[in-house]
Design a protein around this ligand. Structure first.
Ligand code: C2E
Ligand code: CA
Ligand code: CA
Length: 555
């Protein structure tokens, strides 16, 4: 049954209270008070459970006017509807009461119909208003919601054609991990801290016109062109790293969209700013990127790459390089990662960082992956035949492949075809936002694991990683992402997230590989934190098979 709303009737005359109670009690639960003092106490007691007050003006102890004055000062009660009850013809009483904050009035003697209707409409009005309030402002941070932000931003942009604006968006990297490790409440406090910083920025006239929260850890601002610069952003991020109560390093990537065409919907502008931000996610030295309208050049390049890919596989323009992995404890070679290289006769050397993304979009990645797996197996077979003491090689398995039926069976067949043991081909899979929601991917990984393949979770700590995922997946190793490591190790005293992540992963019985280690300092810190394996330029770059062989024979 629906809970009845509560109405507070304040009158020193018991007969009047009874009468009103009778009129209203079918629809509402009626609470009674004899004077303003008692009424105020009841409001405190019931907090915001009272929907409306019916108020007599002349009462002992504290009269209606005194009560209105007190309510006015109390911000929590500012929106509470109050109907004053006056005698017929007491116009100046009404005016005085309205002046002091009453919402409406009714005359004595009471007309049941009129009272019911007024009460109902005032309650409805207030509730819609507070609904609007919810729609406009985000509960947690008090910033504008995305919808309201878009509305206001559009008004600003079209209302001030003489001014130039940018949309700036940012989100916290590893926010999920932050929540996992420090708890959701600490995560909320971090969001509030950021929102407060944004508000202060606006109040201090720093060029911020409007702030909002898009969703979760994504924030948006409308700023005057050129007023918010990289320096300011860096200082704000430093502040957030310093002031958050966990003392953890927080990395935030900012993207800007410079508004030229004012007819584009604000939502689209936000998407573009976020796109710019996502481009620097792989580069922790940068905090700020601008969306350039160079989409055309981008598209042309993408098309050229897509046109050449098939032919390049057929003519074996793709090479497989090997990057060694070592054990931290005894420094011995423990394995390698197979990384594809593309040397195109016309386009030159194209970085996987560029083409893998494109192949993931156009679907060609499944084909390329299989090509790399086959080449890798062939290479291992050859080394074995030549009597070299081989190590397992990890290959990358892209997401598209994880969606394919019977992936486990196919890889098994491939390995068997070269008469190799399954333990020699490790599989690196990349976690993503979608993974958490995709039972299919999890099943696929589980199947591979059950079939005896060693599974490594790639790029952990980058973007959407969560520790929760690890418990849902069958895994042997977690590979810590290069940027994640670098960013966390940057500040010696503040490597909480990294240290805890390693600890928790170990506690789950999963091994830890540090990736992209470039300096001795990094290596020593990671070793002291208990990482098992290491891969990175400091130990060895990706190299052609003939180079890598030297490491095999040199053991
Ligand atoms: P990944 O799987 O995370 O591979 C590691 C990347 O980090 C490689 O870049 C490697 O060369 C680089 N790296 C290793 N150590 C260091 C270091 O100390 N410092 C720095 N700065 N970088 C280091 P690469 O080869 O350019 O590959 C980029 C990405 O392309 C890979 O990231 C992977 O996601 C993808 N990729 C490469 N080969 C394949 C493939 O055969 N199949 C699939 N699906 N993806 C591939
Ligand atoms: Ca990898
Ligand atoms: Ca990786």
């Amino acid at each position: 049954m629906k809970r009845k709303r509560s109405i507070l009737v304040v009158d020193d005359n018991a007969m009047n209270r009874e009468l009103l109670s009778e009129i209203l009690s079918d629809e509402y639960s009626v609470i009674e008070a004899e004077n303003g003092e008692e009424a105020y106490r009841l409001l405190e007691e019931y907090q915001n459970k009272i929907s409306l007050v019916l108020l007599d003006l002349v009462m002992p102890v504290l009269d209606g006017y005194g009560f209105l004055d007190r309510i006015k000062k109390d911000r929590r009660l500012a929106t509470l509807p109050i109907i004053v009850m006056t005698g017929k013809g007491a116009d100046d009483e009404e005016v005085r009461a309205l002046d002091r904050g009453a919402t409406d009035f009714v005359h004595k003697p009471y007309n049941a119909q009129v009272i019911r209707r007024r009460v109902a409409s005032l309650i409805r009005l207030r509730e819609t208003a507070s609904y609007i309030d919810q729609y406009q402002y985000d509960r947690l941070t008090g910033l504008c919601t995305k919808e309201y932000f878009c509305e206001l931003a559009e008004e600003m942009i079209t209302g001030h054609p003489e001014k130039e604006y940018d949309i700036i968006c940012f989100d916290i990297e590893n926010f999920k991990l932050y929540n996992d490790i420090y708890g959701a409440e600490a995560g909320d406090r971090l969001l509030v801290l950021i929102a407060d910083k944004m508000r202060t920025g606006r109040e201090n006239n720093s060029g911020i016109v409007l702030n909002g929260r898009k969703i979760a850890d994504r924030f948006i601002s409308l700023v005057e062109r050129g007023r918010v610069n990289e320096d300011m952003i860096r200082r704000s991020v430093d502040y957030i790293c310093r002031e958050n109560d966990t003392g953890s390093v927080v990395r935030i990537a900012f993207g800007a969209y410079q508004i030229e065409d004012r007819s584009i919907p604000v939502e689209k502008m936000i998407d573009r700013a976020l796109m710019a931000a996502s481009r620097i996610k792989k580069d922790y030295q940068k905090v700020y990127a601008v969306y350039d309208d160079d989409v055309r050049t981008h598209m042309l390049r993408e098309r050229a790459i897509s046109q050449e890919m098939e032919h390049s596989v057929e003519t074996e323009c793709f090479e497989v390089y090997f990057q060694p992995k070592f054990r931290f404890d005894n420094g011995r070679l423990a394995g390698a990662e197979a990384l594809v290289r593309w040397e195109h006769p016309k386009l030159g050397i194209i970085s996987p960082a560029e083409f893998i993304q494109i192949f993931e979009k156009n679907g060609f990645i499944s084909r390329l992956d299989k090509y790399v797996w086959t080449r890798t197996c062939k290479q291992i077979r050859e080394w074995k035949d030549r009597g070299l003491k081989i190590v397992p090689v990890s290959v990358n398995v892209s997401r598209a492949n994880l969606y394919q039926e019977d992936l486990a069976g196919r890889i098994e067949e491939l390995v068997a075809g070269f008469e190799l043991d399954k333990s020699l081909l490790h599989l690196e899979i990349t976690e993503s936002y979608y993974m958490e929601n995709s039972g299919k991917v999890l099943t696929s990984v589980e199947k591979l694991w059950n079939n005896g393949f060693v599974i490594e979770l790639d790029d952990f700590g980058n973007g959407y990683s969560s520790l929760h995922m690890l418990s849902r997946m069958k895994l042997d190793f977690v590979k810590l992402d290069r940027q994640f490591i670098a960013c966390q190790l940057e500040d010696r005293d503040k490597n909480g997230i990294l240290k805890y992540t390693i600890e928790i992963v170990h506690n789950m019985g999963i091994g830890v590989i540090a990736e992209g280690v470039e300096t001795r300092e990094q290596a020593e810190m990671l070793k002291s934190m208990g990482c098992d394996l290491v891969q990175g330029y400091y130990y060895g770059k990706p190299m052609p098979a003939v180079e890598f062989e030297k490491l095999l024979t040199g053991r």
